[in-house]
Design a protein around this ligand. Structure first.
Ligand code: GLC
Length: 550
């Protein structure tokens, strides 16, 4: 099975389509929209977790890996969805949250009740002799990473919410239980798996304080043992399936490690999600800040990863958006003045790179961040904690709110906008998160008068018909241009020149003679096509143009 020409679509089930009128999306809602998905011609859908969960972290806190949460439907609904997607030639990628379980999970509950076998599933530690927490590690959602383990006097590790207890991967029984979960879903016809925060599974057995000048995550992230775990998991589960497509979510990883994770000969994963390119609008590396994006840094990161991964024989997942990121259109485009053009430019930039593109629901119609006016409009635990911390650090309520508004994960979690009605055609009931601009952006209008959806269709078709896109080499171009991200793809004597204007003003680029002298044609552009390919190319606001040269 080739994976290089595939395009994957991400659905956040809670927000895609509500079939039973409770304001929350569900599996039957997805069944109802298969014909829409089919139109886009995507190959596989990554579903965020819909397993039994108290939903403290929207399903990333799993209490039963083997059951569908009743909010989303039943196992019969899943089976029907799987069968209908199969008919539509769309594969399924499930989200495996294997670093931690919900504290409601049977394993954790048995551990709490004193069962030694299950106590060995988690990181339980004594406090320091002076009564301090076992280590100084911080939870990624704010506060310390240790919670009181019942009244035992011990603490359990939670790198995320206190209701998400980290599993101890050193324990072979834990790993075997997790492989069983993967194989259970494989038996239901699932060929794709996304592994949540998989590179924080490699903690030491002896957990120690991080030095004061070092972030605690550097002690347990992306350590060599993760490679061993992945190899073992591959052999014990999806590696037995020649059609498997897998992606690991890799926090703070490196190019060198990502090559190793994805090198086919290593039998670990098909590809990785990495996040360096989405931190270029963090002031001083801090997420909870508001700053314009650093374009030159973005170019450099994308170029370095493209070159490094190709050189090592690794493979990238290509994405701007997901359920943890504010909409890229708000960060790198202009949803007010150039919604369509900037959405298409961002899509072109990603889809023509070397790797597998992911489309996050709504991206294909140009959805943007909601325009919320109060903290009460937000749901996500991470931004609620961040707001409190920003206030505690001395920010005014207005400043803290502005930061949350730009950075909250809820920005991408608002309901899919199907039409311009009060609840955006998502539900008959008030949705769990409200849409705010469905009057301007919705599927119904987009399919009739819009251009973004049709442009995505073209990009997807090109990947399937032009091997230069799926297989070509990558070379950076015009590296010093402060406005244009340009690159080349080479394959069997042809060259694809991709030019993307990241700003709302026109510019002209001069192609080097080696390219300007070659004949060719425009493969795709988000402006009406120019007829000639010359040495000087004018790019209008947010224009993308890809030239195929012979
Ligand atoms: C990943 C998920 C995110 C979740 C976290 C903890 O980063 O994408 O949504 O909160 O893992 O499971």
């Amino acid at each position: 099975m080739t994976f290089q020409d595939k395009v994957i679509y991400q659905i956040y089930p809670k927000s895609f389509y509500d079939s039973d009128g409770d304001g929350i999306g569900d599996l039957r809602g997805i069944i109802a929209k298969i014909s829409y998905l089919k139109k886009l011609n995507i190959d596989m859908i990554w579903f965020n977790p819909f397993f039994v969960s108290p939903q403290n972290d929207n399903g990333y806190d799993i209490a039963d890996y083997y059951k569908v949460d009743p909010t989303f439907g039943t196992m019969a609904d899943f089976e029907e969805l799987a069968a209908k997607l199969k008919e539509a030639h769309i594969g399924i990628m499930l989200d495996m949250v294997l670093n931690h379980t919900s504290t409601d999970h049977e394993w954790f509950q048995k551990a709490l009740a004193g069962d030694k076998k299950y106590q060995a599933f988690y990181y339980l530690r004594d406090p320091k002799p002076n009564g301090d927490l076992p280590t100084n590690w911080e939870s990624k959602f704010g506060g310390p990473a240790w919670g009181k383990f019942g009244n035992t006097g011990k603490y359990y590790l939670h790198l995320y919410d206190p209701t998400q207890a980290d599993l101890d991967w050193h324990n072979p029984e834990v790993r075997q239980e997790l492989y069983k979960v993967i194989n259970f879903w494989r038996a239901k016809g699932v060929h794709g798996f996304r592994f949540d925060v998989i590179n924080v599974t490699g903690k030491e057995t002896k957990l120690v304080d991080a030095p004061t000048d070092v972030a605690s995550k550097t002690l347990y992230t992306d350590t060599p043992v993760v490679q061993d775990y992945l190899k073992e998991m591959n052999t014990a589960s999806f590696g037995q399936d020649p059609d498997a497509i897998t992606v690991g979510e890799m926090s703070s990883t490196s190019i060198a490690n990502s090559v190793q994770y994805t090198l086919p000969a290593n039998h670990e994963l098909t590809m990785v999600f990495t996040f360096h390119h989405l931190k270029v609008d963090y002031a001083n590396g801090e997420k909870w800040t508001k700053a314009p994006f650093d374009f030159m840094k973005l170019k450099q990161i994308l170029n370095d990863w493209q070159i490094g991964m190709a050189k090592g024989g690794g493979w990238n997942a290509l994405f701007w958006n997901n359920h943890d990121q504010p909409r890229a259109l708000n960060r790198f485009g202009d949803p007010v003045h150039y919604r369509a053009k900037s959405a298409e430019m961002l899509a072109t930039t990603m889809h023509l790179l070397r790797g597998t593109p992911y489309i996050y629901m709504g991206e294909e119609i140009g959805m943007s961040d909601p325009d919320y006016t109060s903290m009460a409009d937000y749901v996500d635990i991470e931004c609620k904690n961040a707001y409190k911390e920003l206030l505690a650090a001395g920010k005014s309520a207005t400043e803290a709110f502005e930061i949350v508004k730009t950075k909250s994960r809820d920005n991408s979690r608002t309901p899919m906008q199907w039409d311009n009605s009060e609840y955006a055609g998502f539900s008959t009931h008030k949705p769990w998160l409200m849409p705010t601009n469905q009057a301007e952006v919705n599927v119904k209008d987009e399919l009739v008068t819009g251009e973004i959806f049709a442009y995505y269709q073209k990009l997807i078709k090109l990947r399937k018909t032009q091997p230069i896109i799926s297989l070509g080499d990558f070379k950076p171009l015009l590296e010093n241009d402060p406005q244009v991200f340009a690159y080349l793809r080479d394959y069997k004597g042809q060259t694809l020149v991709v030019l993307n204007n990241f700003y709302g003003k026109s510019t002209t680029v001069q192609l080097p003679d080696s390219l300007a002298n070659r004949s060719g044609k425009i493969l795709i552009s988000n402006y009406p096509e120019q007829t000639t390919v010359g040495p000087k190319i004018e790019l209008k606001p947010y224009q993308s143009t890809a030239l195929l040269l012979n």
